[in-house]
Design a protein around this ligand. Sequence first.
Ligand code: RP5
Length: 164
Amino acid sequence: MRKVAVIMGSDSDLPVVTPCIETLRALDIPFCVRVLSAHRTPDAARAFACAAREEGFGALIAAAGKAAHLAGALAAHTTLPVIGIPVRSSALDGLDALLSTVQMPPGMPVATMAIDGGKNAALLAAQILSLSEPALSERLESLRAEMTAQVLAKDAKIQAQFES
Ligand code: RP5
């Protein structure tokens, strides 16, 4: 199976990235985790993106806050799917990172998650990889069924609580 790269702009982004890592682990997807910055280590970020396809990656996940150019900067150097996680890390509550990540020019897509949306980033990467991995598709179906069962159980509990 192709690997997923989880890249964060700073180690201070780790709390947002943790649910992403946990979800990849739960789905048994091989991954690596890196700190690379579009602004502080631009050469290393570029080199990573340029080599990623050849190194066996199938999707890149990039989490960054403030003027969050990491996902876009990686996308500029690869045609692999890039998934951006805007991180809430500044006075603007993550809106700065959201807009910096989502507003890519035509020809250069970044699939942008919700602010701090680490879990969905992992699930979207899994859905992309599942196109050529039937076993992963099955794991995704089970996860979805589990989630549905949990919500239905909560519905039943709430209905019972407010029964008149
Ligand atoms: C961004 O700046 C990082 O992704 C992080 O969200 C934010 C703050 O970085 P640190 O100053 O905590 O290293 O580039």
